[in-house]
Write a protein that binds this ligand. Structure first.
Ligand SMILES: [Zn+2]
Ligand SMILES: [Zn+2]
Length: 436
């Protein structure tokens, strides 16, 4: 908080997720967990910050994420640490450290931190879910991971999205291709945008990825990496494409799809929503990173993964009108005008039985409590006035969909509410720690 007077506010570029919007977040996480755990991926939690070298080595110093956007700081012990800007490098660091049996299939849900210019759909703290699969270079694993992402988007109800696919080659074939691309772009250097005309030598791939019209025009006929793959990479890519076709996962080939991190090899893919404006329409993606484990000091181990941003996913859902905010209502709201002890005991009894129950505090009037009961969305109001208290009963007033008010013995309350709401017992809501 600054020393300026005035109410405290969240830092620029961050956002709060409050109820009822937060119920969608719970559902996203529960759906994702169910979806990927059915495919054998287990949850892993890693720290919010890592030694900065985990990201410098893995993602690359030349990338915007590491060069311009990372939250780096020195701790009191003089170590240089960074808040995680993405999900993959920390998972691979954990793999290198713990050496779990192969293949290692893990999923995560985590905030990610990047010092970006705040704008719609971009945050300095955003939230990602993703999977990583280490220990196999089988193209069927690529197919599994891409299909898993595709299936997840469909399971939240999205249908207007596309999948683009490319191969980044490997250390055998990529250097030769980069020379060819560099020579091609060098002859058009004047046509490239200012940034990429200058950075050609360091990384000519970035010009392919550039969205500025100058670069788009100058690279329209640029040589494509897929035409220069070595034989093993070419066969691998063919098997991935064939596998996706066999599983009915639609995709298009895109030679411009070169993701910004140095660690990608071979398969790379991205999903974009057709319902969002094109500058902000990426809803998830990933790729193979067969060199990353070695970069982080482990023995050579291939890997592939994908990640998606929850904020962007929900924007895409809103744009398509699917996956609405749909909080589960309370079963009962206890209205007690006899001092509150009955409300205390009856809400406790209802909750113990697995029902959702709430009450008013501070001895408010009947009218005010009934208003709260209505606003809460509860299906039934449980009313205790002096008559009910004296008779050992409660009155049940249906708040939704009509029905008569009736009086039942206090001891029969749980069964009566269960009957009225159709909820004998409710599973506790799924929650995942580490994400709001
Ligand atoms: Zn450019
Ligand atoms: Zn190759």
């Amino acid at each position: 908080m600054s020393e300026d007077s005035g109410p405290a506010r969240a830092p620029s570029g961050t956002h709060d997720v409050l109820w009822p919007e937060s119920t969608r977040w719970e559902s996203v996480l529960a759906l994702f967990a169910g979806h990927v755990e059915r495919a054998g991926y287990g949850l892993a939690h890693t720290p919010m910050f890592e030694d900065v070298r985990v990201f410098r080595r893995g993602i690359g110093e030349g990338s915007d994420v590491v060069g311009k956007e990372m939250y780096e700081f020195e701790d009191r012990g003089g170590r240089t640490l960074a808040l995680r800007p993405e999900g993959t490098a920390p998972m691979v660091r954990a793999f290198v450290q713990h050496r779990p049996p192969l293949p290692w299939k893990a999923w995560y849900a985590t905030p990610a931190f990047r010092y970006e210019r705040p704008q719609a759909g971009r945050y300095r703290q955003h939230h990602q879910v993703g999977v990583e699969a280490l220990g196999s270079e089988d193209p069927d694993l690529d197919v599994e991971v891409v299909a898993l992402a595709d299936g997840f988007f469909r399971s939240v109800g999205l249908s207007s999205f596309g999948l683009r696919l490319n191969s980044m080659g490997d250390e055998v074939c990529r250097p030769g291709y980069l020379d060819i691309l560099r020579a091609y772009l060098d002859s058009r250097r004047a046509e490239l945008c200012g940034e990429h005309g200058q950075r050609l030598e360091a990384n000519p791939l970035r010009a392919l990825d550039c969205k500025r019209p100058e670069c788009l025009a100058a690279t329209a006929d640029a040589p494509a990496l897929v035409d220069h793959l070595c034989e093993p990479c070419r066969l691998h890519f063919e098997r991935v494409c064939a596998g996706l076709r066999a599983l009915g996962v639609p995709f298009t080939f895109d030679h411009r799809l070169v993701r910004g991190f140095d660690y990608y090899t071979r398969t790379t893919f991205e999903f974009s929503s057709e319902a969002l404006a094109s500058a902000q329409n990426g809803i998830g993606g990933g790729g193979r990173y067969d060199g990353l484990v070695e970069m982080l000091g482990g023995s050579p181990t291939p890997g592939i993964g994908f990640g998606l941003g929850i904020e962007r996913l929900l924007l895409a859902c809103d744009a398509e009108g699917v996956f609405p905010v749909d909080p589960i209502p309370l079963d009962a709201y206890v209205v007690d005008v006899t001092g509150g002890q009955s409300a205390r005991d009856l809400t406790a009894a209802l909750r113990r039985a697995g029902l959702r129950a709430d009450r008013a505090f501070d001895g408010r009037s009947m009218k005010s409590q009934l208003k709260s009961a209505d606003r809460s969305g509860a299906q039934v109001a449980v009313i205790i006035g002096p008559d009910e208290l004296a008779a050992g009963t409660v009155s049940l007033r249906p708040m939704r969909g009509g029905g008569e008010q009736r009086t039942v013995p206090r001891a029969g309350l749980v069964d009566a509410v269960g009957e009225l709401t159709g909820h004998r017992a409710i599973d506790p809501p799924p929650t995942v720690s580490g994400v709001p």
